[in-house]
Design a protein around this ligand. Structure first.
Ligand code: MG
Length: 356
C-alpha cells in the first residue's frame, strides 16, 4: 500500500515535464522566479519544483511544499550562503554567510534567524563529529576547528608538515570518528571569501584520525576537491571536483572512491554536472547522492539526486544556485539548502544517512 502510494506520487511528479513543454506560468512556478514565498498563493501538489527523471525515484514527498524559510533583507541580507548543518539538540540550523564573515542560526521553533557567530574565520563548510560537536572549515584562518561543549574552539589542524593549509572547504565524518576534509583553496584566491595568499600545498583530501594525526587521503584526480560525503556503509566516499571554476576545460563532476586503509583509492567519475557544477553533497540511507547544483543557467539552479549507480533520478528546481545542502529535522527527512542569499527547506521521502 505504502509502496504503491509512493510510486503514484513519484509518477505524478514525473508528469510535470520539462521547461520546453511546460506552460510559462507553470515554468515560472517550477523555477520559483516569480513564486510567492509568503505562502499566500497556494501551490498544487505534488510540489511543482520537482522534475523526476527516473520512476525508481521515491524521494518525492507528494504532499510537501518547497519553502524559503529565510531571505535576509536590507542590512541583514546574506551575500553567499554555504555550510548548512543540522544541530538537532539546539533545535537549529547553522550556516555560513561567508563574505559577511559570520555564521547564522535558524531556530526551528519560531523561525527566528540571528547571528550565531561573528568573526567566523570566513568559515565555509560545517559538519558534526560523532560526539555531535560542531566542526567548521575556515577559509581566512585556513584551518579546521571544533566547537567544544562549553563553547570554546579547538583548532584541529591548520598545517600539514609545517606548511599552511590552503583553505579547508568541506568535511565528512567516518564511523571510526575520523574527519575527512577537502582543501581546494578558494579562500586564498581573493579577498571576498578570505584573503589572497600563495598556495603552499597541493589541493588534497585529508583525514584527521581520532588521535589527532592528519594524513593525506587523496591527491588527485580532483583539481579542486570540494564537497564530500560517505556512502551509508562507509565503503565509498564521494568527492566533488569544482575544477571548472578555473575554466570550462576543467572538470565539474563527482569522483567516487573506495575507502581502503584510511585513504581513498580507485577514483572514477560518478556523475558529470556540466553545464554548471555541484558543490555540496549528502547521501540518504538508500545510498542516493543529493547534490546542490547551479552556475549553468537558471535551469541548473537546484538539486540533483543520483542513484548509487550514478544514474540521474531527479531534479529539484529552485530560483537560486544551491551550493550546499543537508538533511535535518528529528527524522532527518527535511532537506535544507543554502541558496546563495536564502535558505530553502523541503520535506522529502528520504532520510539523511549522516547526523548532519
Ligand atoms: Mg564546498
Amino acid at each position: 500500500m505504502e509502496t504503491s502510494r509512493r510510486n503514484f506520487l513519484a509518477a505524478a511528479a514525473a508528469t510535470v515535464g520539462t521547461a520546453a513543454t511546460t506552460p510559462l506560468a507553470l515554468a515560472a512556478d517550477k523555477f520559483g522566479r516569480d513564486r510567492d514565498w509568503t505562502g499566500d498563493t497556494t501551490v498544487t501538489y505534488p510540489e511543482p519544483a520537482w522534475e523526476v527523471r527516473d520512476k525508481r525515484f521515491t524521494g518525492v514527498q507528494g504532499n510537501a511544499t518547497l519553502q524559503r524559510i529565510w531571505h535576509g533583507m536590507g542590512n541583514d541580507r546574506a551575500l553567499w550562503c554555504e555550510g548548512p548543518v543540522w544541530m538537532g539538540d539546539w533545535g537549529s540550523l547553522i550556516w555560513s554567510d561567508i563574505p559577511n564573515h559570520r555564521t547564522l542560526r535558524w531556530i526551528e521553533d519560531d523561525g527566528h534567524v540571528s547571528v550565531f557567530q561573528t568573526d567566523s574565520g570566513y568559515s565555509n563548510g560545517h559538519t558534526r563529529d560523532n560526539q555531535g560537536r560542531l566542526i567548521a572549515l575556515e577559509h581566512d584562518t585556513r584551518r579546521v576547528r571544533r566547537r567544544e561543549y562549553d563553547g570554546t574552539w579547538t583548532v584541529l589542524v591548520d598545517n600539514f608538515e609545517g606548511k599552511k593549509l590552503n583553505a579547508p572547504n568541506d568535511a565528512a565524518v567516518h564511523s571510526d570518528g575520523s574527519i575527512w576534509f577537502t582543501d581546494p583553496g578558494y579562500g586564498i584566491l581573493g579577498p571576498y571569501e578570505g584573503h589572497k595568499a600563495a598556495f603552499e600545498l597541493p589541493t588534497r583530501v585529508y583525514r584527521i584520525d581520532p588521535s589527532g594525526k592528519t594524513t593525506v587521503a587523496a591527491e588527485g584526480p580532483m583539481r579542486r576537491p570540494n564537497g564530500i560525503c560517505f556512502s551509508p556503509d562507509f565503503k565509498r566516499c564521494y568527492v566533488v571536483d569544482t575544477g571548472a571554476t578555473d575554466g570550462p576545460q576543467y572538470p565539474a563532476n563527482i569522483i567516487v572512491f573506495d575507502v581502503v586503509n584510511n585513504a581513498l583509492r580507485g577514483g572514477k567519475v560518478f556523475a558529470d554536472f556540466k553545464p554548471g557544477f555541484t558543490d555540496g553533497i549528502r547521501c540518504d540511507t538508500d545510498g542516493n547522492v543529493w547534490c546542490g547544483w547551479g552556475w549553468g543557467g537558471v535551469d541548473t539552479n537546484g538539486v540533483r539526486v543520483h542513484a548509487p549507480s550514478g544514474d540521474l533520478l531527479a531534479f529539484l528546481h529552485t530560483p537560486e544556485v544551491i551550493a550546499n545542502l543537508c538533511f535535518g529535522g528529528t527524522k532527518r527527512n527535511r532537506l535544507f539548502m543554502t541558496g546563495s542569499t536564502s535558505i530553502y527547506a523541503l520535506y522529502v521521502n528520504a532520510v539523511g544517512a549522516a547526523l548532519s
